[in-house]
Design a protein around this ligand. Structure first.
Ligand SMILES: O=C(O)C(=O)CO
Length: 318
């Protein structure tokens, strides 16, 4: 009987995904590195793809015309040449909601860490040079009683609102293309971007990276935020004009930033962003919990198997 060939472009995924795929297919596993993928991809029927690895025409050409399905183990798919996939009639899927909880947790963590200037605090602890009552260190911004503005109220943004309710936030604002019934249900007010920027103490970016959102957080946007505002980005580095953010942080146009994503990733050593005491950076760990990554791997494998058998994918994009 013909066995489908699947390339898993990541050698660190959970065992359950291997077990599922191996039960029905021939599985080739390689490192999440372009050269390794190009060396192993010819003739495969399906691709189990990784977040952030570029998937372009060269990869698709090398795979060959028999390629039927690509599934990325990520919510975002800005790393995929979606037009090229569509043109070739390849089925494509992602995982939009399984990581909502883990990402919302990280959004809250970064909002709190940046608002309490944790980077500076940890530096002082590391140097054993602090006095708890030192009035010279900047005081933090309170989240209780604050206004939190969510840019992009999808599943992650909604989960952040739900979590922050227990922190006694006074007002939740959100902006996006249209008002959402879910917004009303969780008590968030739909407002134009200008108002969100002017009135929010915390601005949290939860939008996908698209042509429209690329570099949308720029000097003009930072200048409209409060000087005491905390900016959080758990989306993609490229939704921010990074030199403008650096200036905004250096010139105290805003109070602090918490970033899980940057451009590039990782940042080179001594990058200016990493030298700023009012910036907290985590290494793109939004979905990096055991439960979430295991579930993402399992669902990616299941999506591939559905597509190969001609059944509807669980979470199709194309
Ligand atoms: O799944 C994604 O798109 C992520 O970037 C998770 O952090």
């Amino acid at each position: 009987m013909h066995k489908f060939k699947v390339l898993v472009a990541n050698d660190t995924i959970a065992q359950i995904a291997h077990d599922l795929l191996k039960a029905e297919c021939e599985v080739i596993v390689c490192k999440a590195e372009r050269s390794s993928i190009l060396a192993h991809i010819a003739g495969v029927d399906a691709l189990f793809w990784s977040s952030l690895l570029k998937l372009d025409k060269e990869i698709l050409d090398r795979a060959g015309p028999q390629l039927q399905v690509v599934v990325t183990m990520s919510a975002g798919y800005d790393h995929i040449d979606i037009e090229e996939i569509k043109r070739r009639g390849i089925k494509f899927g992602n995982f939009p909601s399984v990581l909502n909880d883990a990402l919302a947790d990280l959004g809250v963590l970064l909002a709190l860490a940046a608002s309490r200037r944790i980077t500076e605090g940890l530096l002082a602890v590391g140097k054993s040079c602090f006095c708890p009552t030192d009035g010279n260190r900047p005081l933090g911004v309170d989240i209780s009683g604050s206004t939190v503005g969510i840019v992009g109220l999808g599943g992650i943004g909604q989960n952040i609102v739900q979590r922050l309710k227990s922190f006694k936030v006074a007002r939740f604002l959100y902006t996006g293309h249209t008002e959402k019934p879910e917004g009303k249900a969780i008590g968030a007010e739909f407002v134009p971007m200008e108002i969100l920027l002017r009135e929010s103490d915390f601005v949290i970016a939860c939008i996908p990276l698209t042509k429209e959102t690329e570099k949308m957080f720029n000097a003009e946007v930072f200048s409209k935020m409060k000087k005491t505002a905390v900016f959080v980005n758990i989306s993609r580095g490229d939704v921010v004009n990074q030199p403008d953010l650096i200036n905004a942080l250096k010139d105290n146009m805003i109070f602090a930033a918490g970033l899980d994503v940057t451009t590039p990733e990782p940042l080179p050593p001594n990058h200016e962003l990493m030298t700023l005491p009012n910036c907290v950076i985590t290494p793109h760990i939004g979905s990096a919990t055991v439960k979430t990554r295991r579930y993402m791997a399992e669902m990616t494998a299941k999506n591939i198997l559905h597509a190969l058998k001609g059944e509807p994918m669980i979470t199709p994009v194309l």
